[in-house]
Design a protein around this ligand. Structure first.
Ligand code: PA5
Length: 446
């Protein structure tokens, strides 16, 4: 098993009978997800995606990635939410958060269109000015404001640099298969396009072209990523038995926690390379579960960094949370602590010790301290830091999220709440058709 759940540190906080009592609800939700009888069943393409994907498109993604690697110094990925978080999470996790500073034979990668910040977009544009650039615009709807603004600016930049013809070779678009303005526009302009399948929502789309093209450009083995997800899918779909399926055990434990008043789940990683993975996970669970006034609030930390900021609260603040700790068993980077003759810092007892061992020990000590303080810990152990294992971990959380959402009684695959801010923003900005709302909102603001 690539991803294992260790419930040893939960035993102080949960009664085994409460966990067992979840089984019948899990059976029903697991079945609903697999037979497509639940709400949002038109968005279940991700369940079988690791096996049932478009192989021709996959080959085209690999080919486009090679072309991009050869023809640019900088690759700009334009997208927001589910249209960028997965790719960025995987690239930082498997390459590095300092990817752009590494010595490498793949292009630098910047993520744009994921905010409305003039400074941020302006900086990326200026970095690109004297470099060879390719871009990948990713938007399922094709109408999302943030990436649309960024796309306008980068299209101008590329057309100024290379002319319309040249720009065409450098613009790659990932969007809806047939409908939508971006698809129509791309076809007319002659850009190469990739598909966000109709039945896969943004936050479940990392294993489609949405994630795979940028990930492949970063030099990551996307076939291994898919294989990891595929093996995980076989494992988690085979049975809903909590005792045989760690993904379902995770669902059981987090729901027992929720029902006992622990309404916040803190995802804990001990490696900065997982910072964006935490962000991906927060979107996955937050957008899927947080509706109808229900849901666990997904928060995240990177320890030991955040032990020096949020550690106090986790140890001793209001007792409303539990932690889900992700631990990678086999690290790929090792660094031994040097011996120092003067030993002014008193650290010679650690001389020669690999920092990974110190980090793991910090994790064990922290888990024990936090459970003693009343914050239960679910431990998820991942075999190693490989594309294969990360594919499995991604699927672990996606599948858990689908089943958990059904147990909660919500539709895990829509996000109606995200529209509310957009309506107000468009009205206040004076978008045609929003005149009445504009007046009403301005009256409240003035
Ligand atoms: O998960 C989701 O559905 C959202 O985060 C979307 O991915 C995000 O809003 C971007 O939408 P689009 O891809 O249509 O531009």
């Amino acid at each position: 098993m690539t991803v294992k759940l260790n419930d040893k540190y939960m035993m102080q906080a949960v009664k085994p009978d409460d966990v067992k009592a979840m089984q019948s609800e899990i059976d029903a939700a697991h079945k609903m997800l697999l037979d497509g009888s639940g709400e949002g069943n038109d968005f279940l393409g991700w369940v079988t995606l690791p096996d049932d994907y478009d192989k021709d498109e996959f080959a085209r993604i690999e080919k486009a990635a090679e072309k991009i690697k050869k023809s640019c110094d900088v690759f700009v990925v334009i997208g927001i939410g589910g249209s960028y978080l997965g790719a960025r999470a995987v690239i930082e996790y498997l390459r590095s958060p300092l990817y752009n500073n590494l010595k490498k034979d793949t292009p630098d990668i910047y993520f744009a269109g994921c905010s409305i910040s003039a400074q941020s977009l302006g900086e990326i544009l200026s970095i690109c000015k004297d470099k060879d650039v390719c871009i990948n615009v990713i938007s399922k709807s094709g109408t999302t404001t943030e990436p649309a603004i960024a796309f306008r600016m980068f299209r101008n930049l590329l057309e100024e640099k290379y002319g319309k013809e040249g720009a065409r070779e450098r613009i790659f678009v990932t969007t809806d298969k047939a409908k939508g303005t971006l698809k129509k526009f791309s076809d007319e302009a002659g850009y190469e396009t990739f598909v966000v399948p109709d039945n896969v929502g943004g936050r479940f789309s990392v294993l489609t072209a949405v994630g795979l093209l940028p990930i492949a450009v970063a030099g990551i083995d996307i076939a291994a990523l898919m294989k990891g997800a595929s093996d995980a899918a076989a494992e988690y779909t085979a049975t809903s038995d909590i005792e045989k399926n760690d993904c379902m055990k995770y669902v059981a434990l987090r729901n027992v926690m929720y029902r006992s008043g622990k309404s916040m789940e803190l995802l804990v990683n001990y490696e900065p390379y997982a910072t964006l993975f935490n962000e991906w996970w927060k979107q996955l669970f937050g957008e899927s579960e947080g509706k109808d006034k229900k849901g666990l609030f997904p928060a995240s930390v990177v320890f030991s960094t955040d032990l020096h900021s949020l550690g106090q609260f986790v140890q001793d603040g209001s007792r409303t949370m539990f932690e889900t700790v992700v631990s990678v068993a086999e690290a790929d980077a090792k660094l031994a602590i040097p011996y120092d003759e003067a030993n002014v810092d008193g650290l010679n007892f650690l001389a020669g010790v690999d920092m990974n061992d110190v980090n793991k020990t910090a994790m064990k000590g922290t888990i024990l301290a936090h459970i003693d303080g009343g914050t239960p810990n679910i431990l998820i152990e991942v075999a190693d830091k490989s594309a294969y294992s990360l594919g499995a971990l991604i699927y672990f959380f996606e599948f858990a999220c689908g089943v958990s959402g059904y147990i909660l009684g919500v539709n895990p695959f829509n996000q109606p709440g995200v529209e509310e801010y957009k309506k107000n923003m468009f009205a206040l900005l004076g978008k045609p058709g929003y005149e009445e709302q504009k007046k009403a909102l301005e009256a409240r603001l003035n």
